[in-house]
Design a protein around this ligand. Structure first.
Ligand code: AMP
Ligand code: MG
Length: 408
């Protein structure tokens, strides 16, 4: 333990590791069409079925010529044309040329394509062309299999499919893929003070902002969300809602009720039904984060403060949720940026402060930490476009110092 650790707090790295060690990825698969596949996770590794492109084809509008004529200045006889979708089926001979359009199959016998801008032509002669310059073999030809060859690795198992992956699959003639079932996450918020947006507030009440916010983040990550609503800080109500959540979902995510106040009953209920494995992390915001196991699912207890809830979802829960879904979690990219204002920080916890990242004309990054860093300040999170990632042992920092930044 480093000298600044508060007793009983786990480091962010240890927390992530413990969560990942508990995860057993979801099994099973279902077949979906490519139109439904973006964001889904490939169940099996795929190899290329065919050479792509399937045939040599022209990269330009121009004329195909024989290998013997690459440097010829004699007139070359025009013997036909090849357009995309309409191949010319002959074999090109020495002394011949073929009109060819972009994407058209390059016929047998042809060795290069000359751009139409580079030919010489007698105005009255529509049957011959002459080369305006010498060509090298293969010039302006996209060769068969240059994108990928039959049998080559196409995509690995566990890949979360991107739009480009979908295009790649389609180019292979693949119309549907076997993917992992979507991870089902039951989401509920706790707190006697909460009222759904759209309903009026009585004195002492606030709107439940966490549930829809967390739902949005989980949907964006490609998970299925079961909205189990809002539960009062009451043991029996919590027990029955947790039992429902555990029955319906692969993971249960709650907000609120995990710190040390009298009304923080969530850990007690999870402890009765299952096992709390992790509690209290050296992270700011988000120290009361809890993790555990339920009979059929994993439990992630996010703190109630909205900024803490989203930060701990992203930084602590997401790696495990992705692993559960069958994808490999990779730490988000960070860039190094110059501080435009001092950072206030005490050693002891890793901090994810909110900031506004910008890029100067010379390409260098600069970051302005937002003034309000309170864990209840949703405006600061909404106005930010990055986290300043500050190590546990880091103290205050001055303007001009270099800081690690994680863009949203
Ligand atoms: P708790 O973790 O339950 O002690 O809550 C910490 C703070 O977050 C309190 O000020 C709560 O009112 C607030 N809070 C808890 N749940 C939510 C929620 N779903 N939406 C907005 N604020 C919340
Ligand atoms: Mg509460």
């Amino acid at each position: 333990m480093a000298c600044h650790d508060e007793p009983g707090m786990l480091t962010v790295a240890t927390c992530r590791e413990r969560l990942l060690n508990t995860v057993v990825p979801l099994a099973g698969s279902e077949t979906v069409s490519l139109a439904q596949a973006v964001g889904r996770v490939l169940a099996d590794a795929l190899n290329a079925r065919m050479d792509s492109p399937p045939a040599d084809n022209s990269a330009m509008d121009g004329y195909a010529v024989h290998a013997d004529d690459l440097a010829s200045d004699a007139p070359l006889h025009l013997v036909g044309s090849s357009a995309a979708g309409h191949p010319w089926t002959g074999t090109l001979q020495p002394g011949e040329s073929l009109r060819i359009l972009t994407g058209a199959v390059v016929p047998a016998g042809a060795s290069a394509v000359i751009m139409q801008e580079d030919i010489l032509r007698e105005p009255a002669d529509s049957t011959h062309i002459r080369l305006g310059r010498a060509l090298s073999p293969g010039e302006n030809i996209r060769s068969r299999g240059e994108d990928i060859g039959a049998g080559d690795a196409l995509l690995p198992a566990g890949r979360q499919l991107t739009p480009a992956d979908i295009g790649l699959l389609a180019s292979q003639g693949i119309a549907s893929v076997s993917v992992r079932p979507r991870l089902r996450i039951a989401l509920l918020s706790t707190g006697d003070e909460l009222v759904p947006p759209g309903q009026p507030l009585a004195p002492g009440q606030i709107h439940d902002s966490n549930r829809v916010m967390l739902q949005a983040a989980l949907l964006q990550a490609g998970f299925e969300v079961l909205d189990l609503g809002h539960v009062q800080d009451e043991l029996d109500a919590l027990r029955s809602r947790f039992a429902d959540a555990d029955r319906l979902a692969d993971a249960v995510i709650t907000s609120g009720g995990v710190s040390v106040g009298d009304a923080d009953l969530v850990r007690q209920v999870v402890g009765e039904l299952g096992d709390i494995r992790v509690w209290k992390i050296a992270i700011k915001p988000g120290k009361p984060f809890a993790f555990g196991t339920l009979p059929n699912s994993l439990f992630f207890g996010l703190p109630g403060n909205p900024v803490s809830a989203l930060v701990t979802l992203e930084q602590l829960a997401m790696p495990a949720l992705r692993a559960l879904q069958g994808t490999r979690w990779q730490p988000a990219w960070t860039v190094s940026a110059r501080l435009l204002a001092p950072v206030r920080k005490k050693p002891g916890r890793a901090e994810y402060q909110r900031g506004v990242l910008s890029q100067r004309d010379d390409g260098a990054f600069e970051v302005m930490p937002l003034a309000g860093q309170g864990s209840g300040l949703l405006t600061s999170l909404s106005r930010a476009n990055c986290y300043l990632v500050l190590d546990q042992d880091q103290g205050r920092m001055d303007t001009g110092e270099s800081v690690r930044v994680q863009p949203f």
